[in-house]
Design a protein. Sequence first.
Length: 145
Amino acid sequence: MTTEKIRLANKKDSDKILALLNSDSNLHGSKEDRATKSDVKQYLTDNVHRVYVYEYNKKVVAVMVAQFFKIAKYIYLYYISVDKNYQKRGIASKLIKNLESAARKEGYYLIELLIKQKNYKIKNFMKKINYKFGDKYLFYYKILK
């Protein structure tokens, strides 16, 4: 029997979360930008981020990281990543629906995210689940040494 579950992540999930966050270059603003162990630790322990994992037969196969702005009442979706072997099964949709449900229950009014302009896969996905296209922005960065 197949079991599927969405839950808040815990410390034991850290290695899998890190691997998923670094599994696709489209998840980061630049080639040099990668998630680190300290990033994952912060997401799991601070008061503003929530990390949800999707388990398939007790194996973590997807992760979603969101920041909750309690005063402004909106959510910024940082990452959503599904293991390549489990894509096209509706897992990302289930994670986002779970986030939307939690947001409504807690009085949040908006979920927003940024994606790479050439990431057509996620563009089409977001459109499919009724997310609106906003203004275009340019991304600048500088690596400090």
